[in-house]
Design a protein around this ligand. Structure first.
Ligand SMILES: [Zn+2]
Ligand SMILES: [Zn+2]
Length: 347
């Protein structure tokens, strides 16, 4: 099969022929029809993820068709249209037993723990735990955006963030996950303030329901701007980018007893990120993390997509062929573009 391979961190990846994957006993091989390009892929390529070994094939936001099935898989067969959460769970550890597959203790993430979906085929573990059927009528490109950014935003806003109608929600960083969060929070009846440095991203945020926007390039203190716009601060704020600055801004934009949800990854040399904890104490803030969403939680989200309340299809702003993926991966660090880019490996 053809796949995007990198041999060294930060060095250009290349499309080349590699052996086709085989399914594990509990796994499947999926023919990849669409796979999203995510900032997490860029972090992996840059060497920020300790789970990766070289050479490596990135890609974790995929949708496709089951091609081959392991001997112990009971729920899936070749030809099924499927997607997966980016966290593939084991199904048997204590966290999985509690229903918290998104923090599985023996998780495998395609494109991190093993070769991912920037390829014509990808192997996925524990298919009966992790596969999700793609609803009839949903395009593969739309489904590809669900497993990482849309589901992550859904869980961050609805479950971890406990959004309520009428609340103010601030979203710091309006890439794929941030725009998803804007759409989901607005559909939940919240009033959303979108914060980004890109006017194009803020334009999309407005079209997805943001009531107000803060252009962080022209604002000395984006957190103060959010507090001003919201009459004292947001009830719920998300760092959807993942940087010390956006994390601090998110915490700084909350009102008393507000909730901060960290969604964007925060890799750093020493593994820690400064957080304004003094403010968390004084204002009794809640600081929460959010890490994907389990396969069993998809039906509630998919029902809102079916009804038209949520439109993940609108997030996909660009589709590219596999040959264009190495350059697009490298560009994610500095010029990610607005919206979600989806790679179509069979193009
Ligand atoms: Zn992702
Ligand atoms: Zn588990």
């Amino acid at each position: 099969m053809r796949a995007v391979v990198f041999e060294q961190y930060g060095e250009p990846a290349a499309v080349r022929e590699v052996p086709d994957p085989e399914p594990a006993e509990h796994g499947v091989v999926v023919r990849v029809e669409a796979t999203g390009l995510c900032r997490s892929d860029w972090h992996g390529w840059m060497g920020h993820d300790p789970d990766i070994t070289l050479p490596h094939v990135p890609g974790h936001e995929l949708a496709g068709v089951v091609e081959a099935v392991g001997s112990r898989v009971t729920g899936w067969r070749p030809g099924d249209r499927v997607t997966v959460p980016f966290v593939c769970a084991c199904g048997t550890c204590p966290s999985c037993a509690a229903g918290d597959q998104q923090v599985c203790e023996r998780q495998t993430q395609p494109g991190f723990h093993h070769w991912g979906s920037f390829a014509q085929f990808v192997a996925l573990d524990h298919a009966d735990v992790n596969l999700v059927a793609i609803p009839d009528g949903m395009a593969y490109a739309t489904a590809a955006a669900l497993g990482c950014r849309f589901a992550t935003a859904f869980r961050a806003v609805v479950r971890q963030g406990r959004v309520a109608a009428g609340e103010w929600v601030a979203v710091h960083g309006c890439g794929g996950v941030g725009l998803s969060a804007v759409m989901i929070a607005a559909a939940s009846g919240a009033r959303v303030v979108a914060v980004d440095v890109s006017s194009e991203a803020l334009g999309l945020a407005r079209s997805f329901g943001a009531a107000a926007c803060v252009d962080a390039t022209g604002t000395a203190d984006p957190a103060a701007a959010v507090r001003e716009l919201t009459g004292g601060g947001a009830h719920l704020s998300l760092d959807a980018l993942g940087s010390p600055a956006t994390c601090a801004s998110s915490v700084g934009s909350l009102r008393r007893r507000g909730r901060h949800v960290q969604v964007g990854l925060l890799p750093s040399v020493d593994g820690t990120t400064p957080v304004p904890l003094a403010r968390a104490i004084a204002l009794e803030l809640e600081l929460l993390g959010s890490h994907g969403m389990a396969a069993h939680a998809y039906p509630g989200m998919l029902e809102l997509v079916r009804s038209g309340a949520l439109r993940p299809d609108l997030l996909v702003t660009r589709t590219i062929a596999l040959d264009a993926a190495p350059a697009a991966l490298a560009a994610m660090g500095s010029a990610p573009g607005a919206g979600v880019t989806v790679i179509e490996p069979w193009r």
